[in-house]
Design a protein around this ligand. Structure first.
Ligand code: GLN
Length: 286
């Protein structure tokens, strides 16, 4: 007898319950992984619900168990399935870039309000990674001239591929923070830079993501400090700089902006109520 004959096979419903009971996975994650193992779009839960008593094939079950192991090893769902929805856009994601977080949508929403009254606003997204922020802005404001930069050429390859598959036109540059912006000035600069402190215990939960996209020196503020200084050379009078940061960094980032001469400095909470973004306006008259 081969293992194919002896391995007990799950029904769709049992497979979902197994992932919840044995791996502690949320039901939705289990459904997405099972859809992926079945070769279906990951949001196609209708098929799973309609076929809950159907028995998995040996091959599908083997694929599914492998995906569960990967998830149990803390690999982000987005890396396993290769896709992530962000601000209503379907992005291709892999381990060259940070897995976009829902809290970053707060930054996009705020960014859109900052340029609501500006036609053809010029906007830069620094450390764009997958292009999530830049593409969400471009999608919502087709008239905007959006620039996306990242120090990682790998990240820019991912962002460029996402722009192409979404049919969104953005300018992309490889370079660290404002270095590739040369003499350009913007109505808005946004960034979700690395902001986790070296050695922070939280990093143990993120072993698969690029460390350079997560960690920024002893207090997690190294990159935020650089951006706040460099951005002043690239903001038009009255332009905004909006920054995502860690759950306990709002006050520190407010101080960085205030000390640099920004006005109307303020922070915004994410959906969990955590002050997650801080921004300021470059004075109209200096
Ligand atoms: N928000 C991420 C986390 O704490 C970190 C992302 C970042 O450093 N920009 O998991």
């Amino acid at each position: 007898m081969t293992s194919t004959d002896t391995t007990p096979l799950f029904t769709v419903q049992q497979a979902i319950e197994f992932a919840q009971a044995q791996f502690g996975l949320p039901r939705l994650d289990a459904q997405m992984l099972l859809s992926h193992a079945c070769g279906l779009p990951i949001h196609d839960r209708a098929w799973l619900l309609a076929h809950c008593d159907e028995v998995l094939s040996f091959e599908t079950q083997a694929r599914y168990l492998d995906l569960l192991q990967r998830r149990a090893g803390l690999e982000p769902l987005a890396y396993i399935t290769g896709v992530k929805e962000f601000f209503g856009l379907q992005l291709h994601i892999d381990n060259r870039v940070l897995d976009p977080r829902p809290e970053t949508e707060t930054l996009v929403e705020w960014a859109l309000t900052c340029v609501a009254d500006t036609s053809r606003p010029q906007i830069a997204d620094l450390g764009t990674g997958s292009g999530a922020i830049a593409l969400a802005i471009k999608y919502s404001r087709p008239d905007a001239l959006v620039t996306a930069a990242d120090a990682s050429a790998d990240a820019i390859a991912v962002a460029t591929a996402n722009a192409q598959s979404l049919g969104l036109e953005i300018a992309t540059y490889v370079g660290n923070w404002c270095a590739p912006l040369t003499d350009q000035s913007f109505d808005l600069i946004v960034s979700n830079p690395p902001y986790v402190a070296e050695g922070n215990a939280h990093l143990a939960q993120l072993p698969h993501e690029p460390i350079a996209a997560l960690v920024a020196g002893k207090d997690g503020l190294d990159d935020l400090r650089q951006i706040v200084v460099q951005a002043t050379e690239h903001l038009k009078p009255g332009a905004w700089l909006l920054l995502e940061h860690g759950f306990d960094q709002a006050q520190a980032v407010q101080e960085l902006l205030g000390n640099q001469g920004f006005v109307s400095v303020q922070s915004r909470p994410d959906l969990a109520g955590i002050l997650r973004c801080t921004g300021g306006q470059w004075p109209r008259v200096k």
